[in-house]
Design a protein around this ligand. Structure first.
Ligand code: PLP
Length: 386
């Protein structure tokens, strides 16, 4: 009975593609400890560095003290405590929509939203590099899926043209692509969505707290009122855990009734929601956080360019494309020995032959740390060449 599993694992080992868990003990937003050695975290999505922010920790503590440690039930049955109402109201305001709805994770928000929206008469148009949770949402839905090449609006137009006008359609895209750090052409996608009568949904997991003055991709393009569904997570820039959808009341009311990942799962805990609400307040009121992030993004891009690696200062995600799993692991291990965590990203997260080190900077890094990372990366790549 177990032979199948061992064979699959052996395959992974042979392809240098086995994944294992590593325990790190967080010290602050950018440093972790393991076996008495300190490491610099360059692989997290904690872009605003808020996980150790006193104001956010206080939000978590207060939530637990006031409303207990667990929610005890799903949102519809018994789990909606007052912090949910506050957070959903603030998220809707923040995203400039009528309403918002919190899910337990961004993954569940994608899976629950796409599967609820796309019935068997719906065609979903999905960017080829969309996140796994979008892909899984498409799979769980009854709709059919047409993937278009990454950010290829011409191909998307061609695919949309082929479809009968009355067919229900959904265009879905990452706002900031998680493994490449580039920004979706949402303005062009919006034009196509109106021309061909399609709903438009953007996943702002990496865009909230990073672009559009922190408000995300729709805000970046000035399309907050126009994009039909803005989805995001509370677990990256907002330093907590959870996901959300911001949209008009029709869509939110529909999801409350139809989204299975929303309906059939116990609500997040008061500490989670208290932390997320506090983090949102920080993002809205303390402009120094966003400024520190952008300064670090600029600095990192300059550093990488100075060592001959092309980089832009659009987002805090810096993909260092290596190619093979073997070389990527060599660079990752070199960095690790230098006290830097830059995880090797391999298939199926990225296409075969496009393995990479995905480096991220946060508002909590400092210039010395960024200098050190670039220098170490430079040495690691030189060693690879020799
Ligand atoms: C991380 C991520 C998600 C999932 O969010 P979680 O809250 O971590 O479940 C969804 N979409 C994208 C693009 C992501 O990068």
């Amino acid at each position: 009975m177990y032979k199948f599993f061992q064979e699959q694992l052996d395959n992974k080992i042979n392809n240098l593609n086995l994944r294992t868990l590593t325990e790190y003990c967080p010290i602050d937003a950018v440093r972790v400890r393991r076996d008495d050695k300190e490491y610099l975290m360059m692989a997290s999505n904690n872009y605003l560095g808020l996980t150790f922010d006193e104001r956010v920790i206080e939000g978590a503590i207060k939530g637990a003290q006031q409303y207990g440690t667990g929610s005890g039930g799903s949102r519809l049955v018994s789990g909606t405590f007052p912090l949910f109402t506050d957070l959903e109201r603030e998220l809707a305001k923040f995203k400039n929509t009528e309403k918002a709805l919190v899910f337990n994770t961004g993954y569940m928000a994608n899976v629950g939203t796409i599967s609820a929206i796309a019935d068997k008469n719906t065609i979903i148009f999905s960017d080829a590099l969309n996140h796994a949770s979008i892909i899984d949402g498409c799979r769980l839905s009854r709709g059919s899926v047409k993937a278009y090449n990454h950010c290829d609006v011409d191909e998307l137009k061609y695919l949309l043209k082929e479809v009968e006008r009355n067919t229900r359609k959904l265009i879905v895209t990452d706002g900031v692509f998680s493994m490449d750090g580039d920004i979706a052409p949402l303005d062009k996608l919006y034009e196509l969505s109106r021309e061909y009568n399609a709903l438009l949904m953007v996943d702002d997991a990496h865009a909230t707290g990073t672009i559009g003055s922190g408000h995300g991709t729709a805000a970046y393009y000035g399309l907050e009122k126009e994009v039909d569904i803005q989805l995001g997570t509370l677990s990256k820039s907002l330093g907590s855990v959870g996901g959300y959808v911001a949209a008009n009341s029709t869509i939110i009311d529909y999801l409350v009734n139809m989204s299975r990942s929303f309906i059939f799962s116990t609500a997040l805990s008061p500490a989670d929601i208290g932390a997320a609400l506090a983090a949102l307040h920080v993002l809205e009121s303390d402009t120094s956080v966003l400024r520190r992030l952008q300064n670090n993004v600029n600095y990192m891009a300059d550093c990488l360019n100075s060592i001959g690696i092309y980089a832009t200062n659009d987002t805090p995600i810096f993909p260092i494309l290596i190619g093979s799993n073997e070389d990527t692991l060599t660079v990752s291990n070199y960095l690790y020995n230098a006290g830097i965590i830059g995880t090797a990203i391999r298939p199926p997260t990225v296409p075969v032959g496009e393995s990479r080190i995905r480096l991220t900077v946060t508002a909590a890094h400092n210039k010395e740390q960024i200098d050190y990372v670039c220098q170490s990366l430079h040495n690691a790549l030189k060693q690879l060449d020799s």
